[in-house]
Write a protein that binds this ligand. Structure first.
Ligand SMILES: *[C@@H]1O[C@H](CO)[C@@H](O)[C@H](O)[C@H]1NC(C)=O
Ligand SMILES: *[C@@H]1O[C@H](CO)[C@@H](O)[C@H](O)[C@H]1NC(C)=O
Ligand SMILES: *[C@@H]1O[C@H](CO)[C@@H](O)[C@H](O)[C@H]1NC(C)=O
Ligand SMILES: *[C@@H]1O[C@H](CO)[C@@H](O)[C@H](O)[C@H]1NC(C)=O
Ligand SMILES: *[C@@H]1O[C@H](CO)[C@@H](O)[C@H](O)[C@H]1NC(C)=O
Ligand SMILES: *[C@@H]1O[C@H](CO)[C@@H](O)[C@H](O)[C@H]1NC(C)=O
Ligand SMILES: *[C@@H]1O[C@H](CO)[C@@H](O)[C@H](O)[C@H]1NC(C)=O
Length: 923
């Protein structure tokens, strides 16, 4: 320790000196009597010529001036040798770009070299750096080097600090054996260097006896050796191995050997399993401990109270269970004075239960308290929160916590971020918020508040960025919000706000007003898209779909369901060139689908059901919307054929054209809807990373159609004629097929039994004839079958569990469940099917989720028409923003979504709220 200390001092001195020299030269003070060597000055000038840029920073690099006075150059004050070169770029706009010239080797006394934060065009780190024998500090981080790290760096036996981090992942090493030469190394940072091919990285690191700090963040390491014969780096203070996939590894035992020196241990997002070792209590020097985003199980060990230095503890997003240890945050009482160093406690998204308030008093020094998404319970009163004067971030959301404070409570803290979603804090509006002047994020969704929002509330904090008051019973009118300059995310959905829509905050990105009692024009929404109102074109009659999209290029999602909107869909919708989700269903829109919608080539979901739209289904829908996944046109007045061009929707999983006047035959190309022809949608379209999460997927589809199924074709209640094309049976992933109430003729495709995913099959009220294919008994998932009112004949295949309702109105059918007995002839009937397909179907052992709601037998075929609509899909995306952990998990996806997302829905029906609550709790 002592030697480290003295070396550090020396080092600091060097740096200090070098800055002194620089500032002296600029202030014109008499310089020291040593001069830069000519050879070294030449070398520096050649080095400078390697960069393309002629930046200000080289303005002092003139041959007439002593190079020891050049900016970024430091010399030994006795010999005049260049010992330090600092060319890092503090300003991202002034990066040095170019190549590193080998004239560098003519600076043999160089001990400090910092080239970080520059751009070397992904070229290799030059080997000659390895021949600078006096180098102690080498920083090439963020310098855009690429290729393989040369093993020549292993010749730098004096090196104490090596930082090669953050050169994107184009920098790699296939071996770290060369590290063994760096016997003086104290600090090693190889974060983001690709080390996926390195075997035994730990053995290589173990060759560094002086190592104090090791950072290998996001190196694609995949093994975390569980044991080490003997550990050499016994002075390790900082260990950061976060963002590596150590699958099936547990927290290794050898860490215990550095338990008395380690001050930072970061193993976030490492796919670690097992439990937190009991020995963690021996880590008495730990200041920062981060085990978040792993698969850790078991309970939180009880010895945390003995870790007397611990300031930051992050165990969030694991599977930890049990109660909060009584010793958490507590250290022994000294003269009746309890003091804990703990400042940040993050335990969100675990399975922790029991009481929180029991240990609250000992956590009163906290700045951050985040226990969201656990199963904690209890009643927190103002007494529990009395001493929390430092608290800035409080997240108690999604537990079973009750906050019971008096209306005149004035807390000691000034919170910046409050999340009390799903806590019980009502029924009165929390008046203690009145003195919280620094709030930037406030989430109080579903918090059982039934009250009028007091006037002062809208003005509490000028720095408010995000406000979520959704799903309470809040009443009142909204004030003019146009002065809320910082407010960018506002969710007031599911309340009883009334009156006209107010003027909206100018910086709004997410706006959820769904399910309130607003009335009047939606023009304020146009206003926020259009900074200069005067430019708005078109008219904005109340009730008309606003023709104000012209400024909405960034709009990704438009949700205006259930709004009594009338008139035509404006042509200007074609300006929404980034639109992905368009929900206009349940309005009174009329006219045709506008041509300009062709512009919206990014559409994923198009929901136009329950309107009065007419005309034919444009053929260009197929060509323009190559990414379309769901389309609902039901309950309109569309006519004409179903164009074969629609089969170009390769990713389609949900099609509902029911209750129109469509005619003509079914397209024979419907087998091209790939996801429907697959058991699992994920396989087909990897580019849609959003589908990797089941929960997400089911939410998405449940939210945008009338059915709870993911893969749906509903063409019922039209005037379709012709036969059911045989290819329909290749849609083995299809869960719901409804072709009822058309004029379809011919036989039921005989290999219908291959469609093993079918939950619901309705072919009723057509003119189908022939026998029922025996394969229908193979449809074991079938919860609803309706073949009634056709001309089917022969024996109902057995065994079957179907009800007679499924077959009535077919006068020539016989056998159970029908009362009519079959003749001997009918009993023997066989249907021939393509044997190919049959054998294929036997291989399809289709695994299906048992969890399927809402599918009742007839007659309640249409599960609550409204319910599926209530959880706005847009709203779901919004919740990603409203929740830190989710945001973390999905940031990579959201990054692609464009930087501004507007979401709005102005729904006037309140009767649907209860359902909304139910849906939201699922999340
Ligand atoms: C020169 O630097 C050395 C350390 O490198 C220091 O001890 C000495 O005081 C310095 N001399 C002057 C005149 O600054
Ligand atoms: C290396 O340089 C970067 C950027 O200039 C800096 O943030 C980092 O702390 C340096 N690394 C070390 C180990 O000093
Ligand atoms: C430096 O290291 C490389 C490879 O590790 C080696 O080939 C070379 O001889 C070394 N150079 C010196 C001067 O030691
Ligand atoms: C752990 O490391 C990750 C990645 O470098 C960082 O984002 C996180 O903040 C660190 N955790 C703590 C508690 O410092
Ligand atoms: C950890 O601490 C306990 C006492 O708290 C002690 O008995 C044990 O030996 C220690 N383990 C190690 C590996 O130091
Ligand atoms: C914590 O410290 C106390 C007192 O120093 C000691 O009695 C206890 O055994 C320690 N607990 C653990 C788990 O090491
Ligand atoms: C289609 O988008 C382009 C911009 O990409 C725009 O100029 C054009 O006006 C749009 N067409 C319609 C009909 O909105």
């Amino acid at each position: 320790m002592t030697s480290l200390f003295s070396e550090l001092v020396l080092f600091l001195f060097c740096i200090g000196f070098f800055f002194m020299v620089s500032s002296e030269s600029s202030s014109g003070v008499q310089a020291l009597n040593v001069h830069c060597r000519e050879s070294e000055q030449k070398a520096l000038l050649m080095l400078k010529d390697g960069f393309h840029t002629s930046l200000d920073r080289f303005s002092s690099w003139v041959p007439e001036e002593d190079c020891c006075k050049w900016k970024g150059v430091g010399c030994n004050n006795e010999t005049g040798h260049v010992i330090a070169l600092d060319l890092h770029s503090p300003d991202p706009l002034e990066l040095l770009q170019g190549e590193l010239r080998d004239s560098l080797v003519h600076l043999p006394y160089l001990s400090h070299l910092d080239l970080s934060h520059n751009d070397f065009y992904q070229t290799q780190i030059p080997e000659f750096i390895g021949s600078l024998p006096n180098l102690k500090y080498l920083n090439l981080s963020r310098a855009n080097f690429g290729g393989t790290i040369p093993s020549h760096l292993g010749n730098l036996s004096s090196l104490q600090t090596l930082d090669l981090s953050n050169n994107q992942s184009s920098l790699r090493a296939s071996s770290l054996v060369w590290l063994a030469g760096l016997s003086s190394l104290k600090v090693l940072d190889l974060s983001t260097v690709y080390l996926g091919d390195v075997v035994n990285w730990l053995d290589a690191v173990n060759m560094l006896p002086s190592l104090v700090e090791l950072r290998l963040v996001s190196c694609q390491l995949h093994s975390l050796p569980q044991s080490l014969p003997s550990l050499n780096f016994s002075s390790l203070e900082v260990l950061d191995l976060s963002y590596n996939g150590f699958y099936h590894s547990v927290i290794p035992n050898w860490l215990v050997e550095v338990s008395h020196t380690l001050s930072l241990l970061n193993l976030t997002t490492c796919s670690l399993q097992g439990s937190i070792p009991r020995t963690i209590v021996n880590f008495t020097s730990l200041v920062v401990l981060d085990f978040s985003f792993n698969y850790l199980k078991g309970s939180i060990p009880h010895g945390f109270g003995n870790m007397t230095s611990l300031a930051v503890l992050d165990l969030s997003v694991n599977y930890l269970e049990g109660s909060l240890p009584a010793t958490l945050g507590l250290i022994q009482e000294l003269h009746n004075f309890k003091y804990s160093p703990l400042r940040e406690l993050r335990l969100s998204r675990n399975l922790l239960n029991g009481s929180l308030e029991r240990i609250l008093p000992q956590l009163s020094e906290l700045i951050v308290l985040d226990v969201a998404w656990n199963d904690l319970d209890g009643v927190i009163t103002e007494a529990h929160l009395q001493d929390f004067s430092r608290l800035r971030v409080l997240d108690l959301s999604f537990n079973r916590l009750i906050l019971n404070v008096s209306s005149n409570w004035i807390p000691d803290f000034q919170l910046e971020s409050i999340n009390l979603e799903n806590c019980e804090i009502g029924p009165r509006f929390p008046w203690w918020l009145q003195n919280q002047k620094r709030i930037s994020e406030l989430d109080m969704g579903n918090a059982s508040i039934s009250d009028i929002v007091p006037d002062w509330f809208w003005d509490i904090s000028p720095s408010m960025k995000r406000l979520d008051l959704s799903n309470n019973h809040l009443t009142g009118k909204l004030p003019n919000l146009s002065s809320k300059a910082s407010l960018s995310k506002l969710d007031l959905s599911g309340n009883e706000f009334e009156g006209r829509l107010p003027q909206l905050p100018p910086a709004i990105e997410i706006l959820l007003l769904i399910e309130n009692q607003f009335s009047g024009p939606i023009s304020p929404i146009c206003d926020i898209m259009n900074e200069s109102n005067a430019l708005r074109h078109g008219n904005n009659m109340p009730g008309n779909l606003p023709d104000c999209w012209i400024y909405g290029q960034n709009l990704v999602c438009v949700d205006l369901r259930l709004n009594q909107l009338s008139g035509q869909i404006p042509e200007s919708i074609g300006h929404l060139i980034n639109l992905k989700w368009l929900f206009l269903s349940h309005n009174s829109l009329s006219g045709e689908i506008p041509q300009s919608l062709q512009n919206c080539t990014s559409l994923i979901v198009l929901a136009l059901g329950n309107n009065s739209l007419s005309g034919s289904i444009p053929t260009w829908l197929g060509e323009s919307f190559q990414n379309l996944r769901a389309i609902t046109l039901h309950h309109n007045a569309f006519e004409g054929n179903i164009p074969a061009q629609l089969c170009q929707w390769r990713y389609l999983t949900y099609l509902d054209f029911s209750f129109n006047s469509l005619s003509g035959p079914l397209p024979t190309c419907i087998n091209r809807f790939l996801p429907m022809a697959e058991k699992e949608a994920e396989n087909v379209h990897e580019q849609y990373s959003l589908y990797t999460n089941d929960e997400l997927k089911s939410r998405m589809w449940r939210s945008q159609g009338r059915y709870n199924s993911d893969k749906v074709i509903d063409l019922s209640h039209n005037r379709l004629y012709g036969e059911i094309p045989g290819v329909v049976t290749t849609l083995i992933g299809l869960e719901l097929l409804n072709l009822s109430n058309n004029y379809l003729k011919g036989a039921i495709p005989c290999d219908i039994g291959t469609m093993k995913s079918l939950d619901y099959l309705d072919l009723s009220s057509n003119q189908l004839s022939g026998t029922i294919p025996p394969g229908i008994s193979d449809l074991t998932h079938l919860k609803g079958l309706n073949l009634s009112y056709n001309n089917l004949s022969g024996k109902v295949p057995s065994p079957n569990n179907f009800s007679a309702y499924a077959f009535i109105g077919n006068h020539n059918l016989c056998g159970p469940p029908l009362v009519k007995k079959c003749s001997a002839n009918e009993s023997l009937q066989k249907t021939e099917c393509n044997s190919d397909r049959k054998s294929k179907s036997q291989n399809d052992g289709i695994q299906k989720k048992e969890h399927r709601h809402g599918f009742e037998e007839k007659p309640s075929f249409y599960i609550s028409v409204a319910s599926g609509y209530v959880t706005a899909f847009c709203g779901f995306w919004a919740t990603l923003f409203f929740n830190k952990s989710w945001r973390h998990a999905y940031f990579h996806f959201l990054g692609n979504m464009g930087d501004r997302i507007y979401v709005f829905g102005v729904i006037t029906k309140t009767s649907l709220r209860r359902k909304f609550h139910g849906e939201k709790a699922v999340e």
